[in-house]
Every structure is written in C-alpha cells, then in structure tokens.
Design a protein around this ligand. Sequence first.
Ligand SMILES: Nc1ncnc2c1ncn2[C@@H]1O[C@H](COP(=O)(O)OP(=O)(O)OP(=O)(O)O)[C@@H](O)[C@H]1O
Ligand SMILES: [Mg+2]
Length: 582
Amino acid sequence: MTNIQILKRLYNNYTKKFLDRIFVSIFFSLLVALSTSAIAYLLDPAIEKIFIDKDRELMVIIPIAIVIVFATKGISLYLAKTILAKVGGEIKRILQLQVMQSIINQSVQNIDKKHSGKFLSHLNYDTNLIQKLVTDTVLLATKDVLTLIGLIGVMFYQNWKLAIFAILMIPLATVVAKSLGKRMGKITTESQEVSGMLNTFFIEVIKNHKIIKIFQREDYESKRSDSKLAKFIEKVVKIQIILNRATPIMETLTGLMIAGLIYYSGTLIMKNELGINNFFSFLAAMMLAYQPVRALATLNMGIFQGISGAKRILPIIDSKPIDKNEDKKLKFDSGNITFKNVEFKYEKGSLGILNKINLNIKSGEITALVGHSGAGKSTIMNLIPRFYEPQNGEILIDGQIVADFSIKSLRENISLVSQDITLFDDTVKNNIRYSKLNASDEEISRVAKLSFCDDFIEKMPNGYDTIIGENGVRISGGEKQRLSIARAMLKESKIILLDEATSSLDTETEEKIQNAINHLTKGKTTLVIAHRLSTVINSNKIYVIEKGEVIGEGSHNDLIKSSEIYKNFYNKQLNKLNENNL
Ligand SMILES: Nc1ncnc2c1ncn2[C@@H]1O[C@H](COP(=O)(O)OP(=O)(O)OP(=O)(O)O)[C@@H](O)[C@H]1O
Ligand SMILES: [Mg+2]
C-alpha cells in the first residue's frame, strides 16, 4: 500500500464515522482562527484611535473587545480540542478492538510465529501513532491552516507589500520540514521494533522468574534489561531530537523575517506608505502566525509516524482468517474420525513431521496414541480441530471431509485437554464454566465432583470463587489437570481429545485422574495421547507412532506381541509403577 492509499483507508474506515463531530470541532477551530486574527487586527484601531487620536470612548470599548476576543479564543480552543480528544479516544478504541479481535481469531500458525510482546506493542504503540495521526495531526492542522489564513488576511489588510514579503518566507520552512518528516517515519519504525523487543523481554522475565532465580541469572537479566532499555531510550531521544531540530530552524527563520520586515517597514514608513498602527498590527499578526507555521511545518512528521504505525497494524487487522466454508455445517452422527494418508509439516520447506498417517478412531471407544517424545503425537491431535491444516491427505468425521466444512461446526463438537494445561487468572468456577458459559452452578459442581475437583475446591479460601492466578499458579499440577478435565467434561461434546501431561503423579492422584477421565470419555469418541500405562490399558485401540508414521496398531495384547517399541514402552511404565509402589 502506498502512503496515500493508507491515508485514504484510515480516513474511510476510521475518521469518516465521526465527520459530524469533526465538523463541530472545525467550526470551533474557525472561531479560534477568527479570534486570533481579531487580536492582531485590534492593535490597529487601538494604536490609532487611543494613542494617536486619544478617543475616550474607544479607550473603554477596545479593551473590552480584547477581553471578549481572548475569551472566545480560549473557549473555542478548549471545545475544539475536547471534541477531538473524544473522537481520538474512540478511534483508538476501535483500532485496538480490531487488533484484539484479529489476534483472538488468528490462526494458530500465525500466533506461533510472533512473540506475545510484539502483539502487545502493536496494540499500544502503533494504535497510539495512528490516533495521533487522525486527530492531533490532521485535525489540529485545520485549526492552524484557518488561523494562518486569518492572520495572512490581516497582514494583507494592513499592507499588501509587507504581506507578500512575509509569505515568501514560508516555503523555506516547509522544505526543511519535509526532510525531517521522512527521517521521522524511519526512526519511528525502529523504535516500534525496539518497543516490541522490550515487551517480549519483560514478559519472559516475569514468566521465567523461577528459572532466573534458580540459575542465579538476576545480574545477567539486569544487564540485558539495561542494554535493551538503553536502545529504546536512544530511539525515543532521537525522535525528540528530530522534533526539536525544527525549533532552531524555525526560530532563525523568524528572526530573519522580523529583521527583514523591520528594515522594509522602515523604508515604507519613511515614504509614508505605512502607518505606525498598521505596522504594529502587522507585526502582531506575523508573530501570532509563528505557532501555526511551526505546527504545519512539523505536521508531516506526525503523518509519517502515523503511516508507519498503520503499515504494521493494517496487515494484522486484515489477516483475520476467513472461514471459506462458513455456511456448510458439519453433521455429526456418531463421531467417527478417519485419517487418510495425512501428511503434514509445520512450515513450507521444513522437514515433514507426519508421513501418510492412516487412523480410524471409532465412536464410543478410546483410541490411544503411543510413541517416543517428538514422534508427532500432539501434532496428529492438533490436526483434528484444524489448528493446522495437513498439506496432503484428508481427515474425515462421519464420512465428511472436515476441510470442506465450517471450522465453527467442527470445534463445537470437540473438547480438548492439552498437554500443557492452560487456565485463566479467574475464579475456579469461571475456569470450569469457560467451555459452556451458560452452565448453572449445579452443572459446574456436578462436573467438579466427577473429575474429583470438589475436594480441593472446598479447601480453598473462597471455594468456587477463589482466584487461581495466572495460568493457575496457585493450585498444584494435579489439581490443574483435574480442573481442565472438569472444563472439558462440561462441554459434553461428541469428541474428546486428551493429551496427557508427561509429568508423573502419585498413585492416589493418578487414580483420581484416571477415574475423572473415565467419566469424561464415557460414550464419547476419545483420542488420547497416553503417557501412562493405566490409560493405555483402558483403551480399545492403540496406534504406535514413530517418527511421524504409524508403525503398529491393535489392542494391548496384539501389540505386546507385535511391536518392539510398544513392548519397551510397556516395560518402562511397568517398572515405574513398581518403583512407585515400593
Ligand atoms: N509449532 C511447531 N512448529 C514447528 N515444529 C514443531 C511445532 N510443534 C512441534 N514441532 C515439531 O514436531 C515434531 C513432533 O512434535 P509433537 O509435539 O507432535 O511430538 P509428541 O509426539 O507430541 O512428543 P511428546 O510426547 O514429547 O509430547 C517435533 O520434532 C517438534 O520439534
Ligand atoms: Mg506431545
């Protein structure tokens, strides 16, 4: 997208909605322009009528007029800015909401690619730049343009020769500003990247704080934060310096203008072409023009900054995935899942992870995947709810190719207990309720009982209303598992996907979890990635996965005889059980 296209889009999508309010703000800007010009103009009659003609009546009227004009300027400026602040706030909210929605709906693949810190930076930093562009920069500029026009009007009214002289100076200022603007866009992009890095780093420090402590990397991380912060501040200061660079240039230009003006007015006054009253009014207009000229000269910096923010945010907003088959609903019958020659790799050009996988996951049964770490078990499971799409082959549910139907209708019927359990920093109750928002308290306590959560929930200070902390830090690993089983159970979906946590548990907890799983999977189509013997023995069919391929299938008794890898797995688990029982 070119810069002009971006500006057009920002206008159409965000600014246009608020045109009525923006016009009101422009109306007040017009009042600001008129009153500012009036201030400059009033010096003319003030000097002529009061100081030269000594008019007693006007000696009262003109000061009153001046008070009124200043008050009008102040109030109008306040109203114009307040309206814009509100519009700006709303535009920022819309932008942030769109970024949030896009992230919430983003494909798993796209989320994997970026650190959460980067997303955070888009959400805060970039939306701020765009807000500034559409409100402060563009709209306050209208105030400055109007004021400038008014003041130039006063200048021409007082003396056209002097006015032309002054106006000739203005283009000089804009040439300087243009080059500064381009640099500004570039530095802003750099500073955004550094800000993203900083967020990323910060999140990691908080998330990994125990690892930092146990390996005693406090100094190391402090030094790293110092260097990252230094980089960020360097960019921020650079932006400020570029902004400030306009000041000496503008000041010098103003000095030149006033010097030239005084010289030129001198000659005009000597030729009797200019009155002293006209000169002062003219000078006042020119001085008042300084602020709007300066603002307009730096205007393009804000525009370039905003565009650089938009260049990062608009692609995110646009990348909200669209479900091609939104209208086609998958019809669930019994919930048989079939994999036909499924091949998958995480990224183009990377190593293939799954190779010609054929599975038949029957409804009402428990099917288990067994295999070494990194064999591809979780990957297989992730393909069922279409977190990722296979490059070749098909996945069918009750004879329908899932890729041809809406994702919504597919996921409605699937429940997942993942390997790394994820919970929200909310109450126990709300964490369970997450899978069915309209569930009653009775339903929640029923599933909590069935998944053996009620014993630990009752011991908590506020029972079901206890907040469990970020990803459940305030409860134990086994409790987290049971809570996530309760959550999955509440959904009552046809298909249950269960990726067992690899960490081992004590026998008593293991038994509880096993019983919870039994309640969860009763009468459902269940695919379980088994790390524990009890789960495997419980299942009706087992697939042995090795290096992305199915190398054995059958019941426990079949596999013990036919599969070496399975036998190994079985023996290891058996040993573990024996150790635990000793
Ligand atoms: N998001 C990802 N992007 C790229 N590669 C991945 C991703 N997730 C997993 N992999 C790779 O895919 C392979 C299979 O991983 P997978 O998670 O399916 O193994 P697994 O059988 O579930 O292992 P475990 O028993 O340890 O959980 C691994 O080599 C892993 O490095
Ligand atoms: Mg796994």
